[in-house]
Design a protein around this ligand. Structure first.
Ligand code: ATP
Ligand code: MG
Length: 255
């Protein structure tokens, strides 16, 4: 077995890859999830692998919605569970939000494996394994199945590493959707009520921190002034400016 040296400059990133490959062998992650992770890593390089200011702004809004929502749900798939099970459980404990397994490629076995991973990290209740009997309109058969007590009933859904069709379908039926997705140009990011362009683990940690230091009154103010399009635009400009700075540095070093 290959051991990643402590001193490796990209150790965290390599460990994540290993966890995803392991997750695939354990039936938690699908092969498509590995491809999605590669896309995410690519965008994280462009951001500098850090929570950039527009991401923090969106994370503050996502936290505010947990104060304002009546029935918030955190939606979890294989990638999210493998990369951030602990962060999901901690955010759910802090906010009182329900956790639901929601899968693009649903099998009962995989839903169960993901729920077990969440239970192993301290979750007290996980919806969406045997109770995914309600349907989100506009999605074909298995892809639209959700729990009637979870996402179906939710006024606010926080999801991550999610497909565009499903995000769009949830927004269409009136849910407020906060979406953690490293690609600012994905259909998910463009459709979300609150697009969070950040790594799933950093995002969940930041949302919990903002939630805990925010009052209800402040939450209303944050949501009233939040603009999802501005967040995407600011993200694109941030990337452009960062690339320009990096390019100039390289040229300067070269001279
Ligand atoms: P869309 O369907 O929204 O247009 P897509 O088809 O490229 O996007 P999906 O597989 O449907 O992508 O969704 C996965 C998304 O999750 C990708 O945009 C990817 O960049 C993002 N992603 C992958 N890994 C992470 C991660 N660790 N944290 C946050 N986002 C991630
Ligand atoms: Mg997609």
């Amino acid at each position: 077995e290959w051991i990643i040296p402590e001193s490796h400059p990209r150790r965290e990133s390599l460990l994540e890859r290993e966890k995803l490959v392991e997750g695939m062998c354990d039936g938690v992650v699908v092969p498509q999830g590995l491809i999605a992770h590669g896309r995410g890593e690519c965008f994280d390089y462009l951001l500098g692998e850090t929570s950039i200011p527009p991401a923090l702004e969106a994370e503050r809004a996502a936290a505010a919605m947990f104060h304002l929502a009546k029935h918030p749900v955190i939606s979890v798939n294989g990638n999210v569970a493998v990369l951030a099970a602990r962060e999901v459980v901690e955010l759910s404990e802090a906010t009182g939000a329900l956790i639901e397994v929601n899968l693009f490629y649903r099998t009962r076995e995989r839903a169960k494996a993901i729920a077990d991973l969440l239970y192993a990290h301290g979750a007290r209740q996980v919806l969406g394994v045997d109770d995914a009997t309600a349907r989100i309109p506009g999605l074909d058969s298995m892809r639209g199945l959700v729990s009637p007590n979870g996402i179906y009933k939710a006024d606010y859904v926080l999801l991550g590493i999610e497909d565009g069709d499903r995000t769009e379908a949830l927004v269409r039926i009136g849910k407020t959707v906060a979406a953690i997705d490293l690609n600012p140009l994905s259909r998910t990011s463009l459709a979300a009520s609150i697009p969070i362009v950040d790594h799933i683990k950093r995002a969940l940690t930041n949302i919990k921190r903002y939630y805990e230091s925010m009052s209800r009154e402040e939450a209303s103010r944050v949501i009233n002034s939040f603009n999802p399009r501005k967040v995407i635009a600011d993200t694109l400009l941030y990337i452009r400016n960062r690339l320009e700075t990096l390019a100039r540095q390289l040229m300067y070093d070269y001279r």
